[in-house]
Structures are given as structure tokens and as C-alpha cells.
Design a protein around this ligand. Structure first.
Ligand SMILES: C[S@@+](CC[C@H](N)C(=O)[O-])C[C@H]1O[C@@H](n2cnc3c(N)ncnc32)[C@H](O)[C@@H]1O
Length: 353
């Protein structure tokens, strides 16, 4: 066996990404108008759309990248989805970390093979998949999610992508501040990624869990969260000066001489902020550059160093669309049903079930 020849048992590894299409696997179809559909291929399945219909059996056994001439006279391009395609099409409970940010988190968070990583919350499991891919089977990712229904959806999504449980993944439900001290030894975690409304609430447990030099990264949606996190992080005196940034990705239209940015782009997703854990007993070096005049109100009082009088860190207060319980129940059902289809390769349930 030569390295990378497809025999690796690594979950989500080459064996699942190569070779002809198989029943039970996901395929992304693109019609001539560029509309995309994701289907799980089954022996008995039938795909129907206004721009092409076919029996799944006609695609099973064909190579990835096939253009299928359908019996209805249309053409459909069939490709195995990339992780970035899957993340944007999978069922969601909570909002997901977009691929452009997941890429930044893996790179700037230095998520390395074999790393011991903690993430919270898990939400729909989008970032989880990038973290698991980066640490590989010899790392360890502890994912903590306070909502059991979200954790359930995330497990369904992650296992569907990797084709089963990932050996490096542990999921626990509960609040990070309660779960973490019992779950990991002090000073043992290499990297910690927080994607939640109030990440500053976990600075103390995070500082205890992180190894000296370990990296803490938070992903927040608003400047008010960014500011509060930065100020409370400084107050701990256990971390280096935080660095914050955002990334923007502008796609391009490429046609003949009409080569220009697309008219639309995703204007805002979130901000990233990182800091490194100092060695125990060390305090941060004195900052020689003073904060700009007026950066901290003289009388911040109860409002805290940022001057922001925000008590209610709810999704609504931060302008996020809340997810209804009904929607979460539906997504959970869909995820379970998809797992059944992937396992059996059949769209229909056997009679009597
Ligand atoms: C935006 S979602 C995370 C999305 C996820 N990173 C993804 O890419 O799919 C935020 C999640 O954090 C969870 N959460 C918020 N505070 C938490 C805490 N203190 N401990 C554990 N989970 C928490 C919420 O229930 C929610 O599912």
C-alpha cells in the first residue's frame, strides 16, 4: 500500500473522498442554471427537478465529476461536496462558522496535528469538522455545548461527514464553565476556541485549562462583544495582549473581458480575537503605548471599562435571529433520517417500520 492510496481507515479520509459514487453517500448536483441540489444516493432513489430527473442507480458507480445526460433531456453535473459545500448545505440548529472564518481559525489559531483542543459551543458542528480535520486522529477535541438538542444535531452532522464517530472527538453537554474543570487537567490544553454569546464568562476556566503559551481564540459577531472580551481578558493579567481582526472575501465574476468583483458579497460574519496564555506567576509586560485619550471613560462605574451598559447578552439583543424550538425539532429529525439513509442506502423504510 502506498501512502494516500485510499486504504486509510482515517475517518473522512481518502477512502471516502475517492472512487466511483456509492449508495449512501452525498452528491452535489448543479443544473445548467447553476442551481445546486444535495442528495444522498440510494439504490431505490429518484431525483426530480424542473431541470433534470434521474434514478440514483444511474449515478451509482459513475466517477466523481460526471455530467449526467438525464432521460428528461437535461444535463446535471455531479460532484462530491467539499467540506465548505457540506457546511453550507447541512441542517443547522445554531448559526455556523462560515468556511472563510474556519480557515482563519485553523491557521491563525495554529490548530496542529495531534493538538489538544477545546471548543464551545458546538452549535451545528461546522467548526468542529475543520478542527477535527486539522488535529487528525491522534489529537483530541473536546466540544462542549450547553443545549442537548444542538449537540445532537452537531453529532449527526459531524458523523455524516466523517462516515461515523471520529476517534479524536469527545462531546459533552453542559455549560463550559461547569464542564471544563472536570473534563481536562489544569494547564493541559493547547488551543481553545470559543464561539458563544458571552465568551468572557469562561476566561477563568480557560486560563486554568490552557497550557503556558496555549492559544485562546474567540469568535464574536459584534463590536460590543469584542470590546468586552478584550477588556476582561486584559483584566485577568494571564494572557498576552489580544489581537483582533476580521476577514472579507469578495468573489469575482470571470467572463471574457468582464472580469470584476461580484456585485454581492457577505459583508459581515464575525470578528476573531486571539491571545496566548502566559506562564503561571507571570504578569503581562507593561504596555509602553498608552491607550488613546478617551478610550476608557474616566467614570466607567458599573458599566465596566468599555462603558457599554449591556446586561442582556441574548441573541435578540445582539441582532441575531432566534431559532424556534419547532425548527430545531425538525432539523434533529432530518439529521436522524439522513443517518438511516446513509447506513442502509435505501430511501424507503422496510415495510412494518
Ligand atoms: C453560534 S453557535 C456555535 C456554532 C458552531 N461553532 C458551528 O460552527 O456550528 C453558539 C453555541 O454556543 C452554545 N453556548 C453558548 N454559551 C455556552 C456555554 N457557556 N457553554 C457551552 N455552550 C454554550 C449555544 O448553545 C450555541 O449552540
Amino acid at each position: 500500500m502506498t501512502p494516500g492510496d485510499g486504504e486509510s481507515p482515517l475517518p473522512g479520509g481518502p477512502a471516502r473522498r475517492r472512487g466511483p459514487f456509492r449508495a449512501g453517500e452525498r452528491v452535489q448536483l448543479t443544473d445548467v442554471k447553476g442551481r445546486m441540489y444535495t442528495v444522498v444516493l440510494t439504490h431505490d432513489g429518484f431525483f426530480q427537478s424542473q431541470r433534470g430527473s434521474f434514478r440514483h442507480a444511474d449515478l451509482i458507480g459513475k466517477p466523481d465529476g460526471t455530467v449526467l445526460d438525464t432521460p428528461t433531456g437535461h444535463q446535471l453535473l455531479a460532484l462530491r461536496p467539499l467540506l465548505s459545500d457540506y457546511v453550507l448545505s447541512m441542517p443547522r440548529g445554531a448559526a455556523v462558522v462560515y468556511p472563510k472564518d474556519a480557515g482563519q481559525i485553523v491557521q491563525m489559531g495554529d490548530i496542529f496535528p495531534g493538538a489538544r483542543v477545546v471548543e464551545a459551543g458546538v452549535g451545528s458542528g461546522a467548526l468542529t469538522m475543520s478542527l477535527l480535520s486539522a488535529i487528525g486522529e491522534h489529537g483530541h477535541l473536546l466540544s462542549v455545548e450547553r443545549r442537548e438538542d444542538f449537540a445532537d444535531i452537531a453529532i449527526g452532522n459531524v458523523e455524516s461527514w466523517f462516515g461515523g464517530p471520529h476517534p479524536a472527538w469527545e462531546v459533552r453537554t453542559g455549560d463550559l464553565a461547569d464542564v471544563l474543570p472536570d473534563a481536562v487537567a489544569p494547564a493541559s490544553v493547547d488551543r481553545m476556541v470559543l464561539d458563544m454569546l458571552a465568551p468572557w464568562e469562561n476566561l477563568a476556566v480557560g486560563a486554568d485549562a490552557l497550557a503556558p503559551g496555549g492559544l485562546l481564540l474567540a469568535y464574536v459577531a459584534t463590536t460590543t462583544q469584542l470590546s468586552r472580551f478584550a477588556e476582561e481578558l486584559r483584566e485577568t493579567e494571564q494572557f498576552t495582549e489580544p489581537r483582533a481582526w476580521e476577514s472579507m472575501v469578495r468573489t469575482w465574476h470571470l467572463e471574457g473581458l468582464a472580469v470584476r468583483p461580484d456585485h454581492r458579497m457577505i459583508g459581515h460574519t464575525g470578528f476573531l480575537i486571539t491571545a496566548r496564555r502566559l506562564a503561571p506567576g507571570t504578569t503581562p509586560p507593561k504596555r509602553t503605548r498608552r491607550p488613546a485619550k478617551g478610550a476608557y471613560p474616566a467614570d466607567a462605574g458599573e458599566a465596566g471599562a468599555t462603558g457599554a451598559v449591556v446586561e442582556d447578552w441574548t441573541p435578540e439583543a445582539l441582532g441575531e435571529r432566534p431559532v424556534s424550538d419547532k425548527k430545531v425539532r425538525r432539523v434533529r429529525r432530518d439529521v436522524r433520517r439522513r443517518a438511516e439513509i446513509e447506513e442502509t442506502g435505501l430511501a424507503s423504510r422496510p415495510p412494518g417500520e
